[in-house]
Ligand binder design. Sequence first.
Ligand code: GRF
Length: 261
Amino acid sequence: MPFMSKVKLAVLISGGGTNLQAIIDAIAQKKINAEIVCVGSNKPDAYGLERAKKAGIATFFLNYKEAKESFQQEDAWLSYFNEREQATNLSPNNSPFRRMNQEELTSRIIAEKLLLEKLAQFKVDFLVCAGFMKLLTPFFMEQFQPDPLKPRIINIHPALLPAFPGTDGYGDAYSYGTKVHGATVHFVDYGVDSGPIIDQSCYRRLSNESEDSFKSRGLELEWELYVKCLKLLCEKRLKIFRNSSKRIIVEEMPKRKFNPH
Ligand code: GRF
């Protein structure tokens, strides 16, 4: 689609970055009309950062630990009162941010302010979380995506949401004994793994399947699913609206025919 300018994506990772690699490859093959302008990680040794560097993409380390140290040095808990209030007040009742102590919440906000600077510096359109294992606070979301009907943060979760939210979707579903499992790509909202679903993909557990196989077959589905969803997003083919229950819904729109007149 040569007439559409490329969408600028930032990707956040914490680990191996196989989803990141799938996105890098899909962009190189022109399946997604986007460019990854930067990749950030909260783990300096995440292999995904190497993948980004190999593809010539700028990387950064989101140092939550340093943010915690600066909290201790500067009495930052005083200066970040408003941000903390915002993060807590916008969090749903069951959110971990409501139970987080001042130090922890302030440190996250300090790190997220640096992230906001990066996103502004690279003029990022969408933030793509691909195995990023830190929750973003509602403070951050208010800055980056103030309008819930124009979401800009996307995540992939290794389960068929709303089943098995949390950090270990495959492990939890495997030990529960589900026969059908899958992955979900969704926009991020104030809750944990609760945002509007863009699409899902599923597979059946094999008889006597090991947990490793269960997980790796799921991960392979993730790569395809994430590419499909990002393609739709970058082609502006996602319709986002509230249904009669006030829930935000995402629907895929058909491809528009090119009409030069
Ligand atoms: C994926 O299963 C993703 O859904 C989960 O963490 C894993 C990351 O894998 N949140 P990778 O770093 O993309 O290989």
